[in-house]
Design a protein around this ligand. Structure first.
Ligand code: MF3
Ligand code: CO
Ligand code: CO
Length: 277
């Protein structure tokens, strides 16, 4: 098992600051996410806000892990309907009534990374779209609720899997959450399905994302030929939410919190959204 960073209290506070700014960026874009807008226009608004208001950098723009792929060409990922993740903002992609849209933003400031994503439904939700978006929100929280010292990363995958199983939805295997801090993608890789190899135990100071991708149809993925976009193989809808979690002495805390972040499901016991009044 590779080594997982234990963050100091000072580092955790720095991660809370950049995390809340990454969440503010999603609050900022929310009123603009509507029918008729292109995903590139949204991306340009978010890059401007990142640089000029947050005084931060996009961690996605030019991202090229390993150095042998195509550098990511835009500041954010915007994944619509059957796009699972890494949708590249485009002037040709115009949002329309009923679309389900994931906006995933990662910023870097003062040497720390903040990564989170939310779902948006354009105009009048379809029954299938709303059901998937809500189920994926619950799936993420079911995983997060497992986090406390003594439990292990596999407990997240078990809980996510058990949450969606009775609904006939499926969880993507190929992508998962990740450690985050002074690096964008660190150890461990967080699976949202159970795995048979041993996983690390949670320890206070670990910081990672929980970000399940849930498909309405089968779990299988397909890559488009742009080097980034991942779609469902069966063209079914896909949804994803992402938050950052820090392990505490007794449980967990969320680091990507803002006024506009939705309330957790009523059955969540380990965390309460702070008041922003
Ligand atoms: N934000 C994504 C994640 O949750 C990663 C996007 S990498 C990019 O880990 F290059 F596609 F932007
Ligand atoms: Co992300
Ligand atoms: Co992430």
């Amino acid at each position: 098992m590779a080594k997982i960073t234990i963050h100091t209290p000072e580092e955790i506070e720095a991660m809370r600051r950049v995390g809340s700014e990454a969440a503010d960026l999603l609050d900022f874009i929310t009123p603009h996410v509507k029918a008729g807008v292109s995903t590139l226009a949204l991306d340009e608004l978010m890059l401007d806000y990142t640089v000029n208001v947050l005084k931060a950098k996009s961690a996605c723009l030019g991202y090229n892990p390993g150095g042998n792929g195509i550098p990511y060409p835009r500041a954010t990922c915007i994944s619509v309907n059957n796009v699972i993740c890494h949708g590249i903002p485009s002037e040709k992609k115009i949002l329309k009534n009923g679309d389900i849209v994931n906006i995933d933003v990662t910023i870097e400031k003062d040497g720390f990374f903040g990564d989170n994503s939310r779902m948006f439904i354009i105009g009048k939700p379809t029954i299938a779209g709303k059901r998937l978006v809500d189920a994926t929100w619950g799936c993420m929280w079911a995983g997060i609720e497992e986090v406390r010292p003594g439990k292990c990363f596999n407990d997240i995958g078990i809980a996510c899997h058990n949450f969606v199983k009775p609904m006939g939805l499926s969880i993507v295997h190929e992508y998962g959450g990740h450690g985050i801090g002074r690096v964008f993608h660190g150890e461990p890789h967080v699976c949202h399905v159970p795995i048979s190899t041993p996983t690390a135990k949670f320890e206070p100071g670990m910081i990672f994302t929980v970000e399940p991708m849930v498909n309405a149809g089968k779990r299988h993925i397909m890559d488009l030929n742009d080097g980034w976009t991942v779609v469902t193989k069966d063209r079914s809808l896909s949804a994803q939410w992402e938050l950052e979690v820090v392990v505490t002495e007794t449980g967990y805390d969320i680091l990507t919190v803002s006024k506009g972040m939705p309330e957790p499901p009523t059955w969540v016991k380990g965390w309460k959204k702070p008041s922003f009044d």
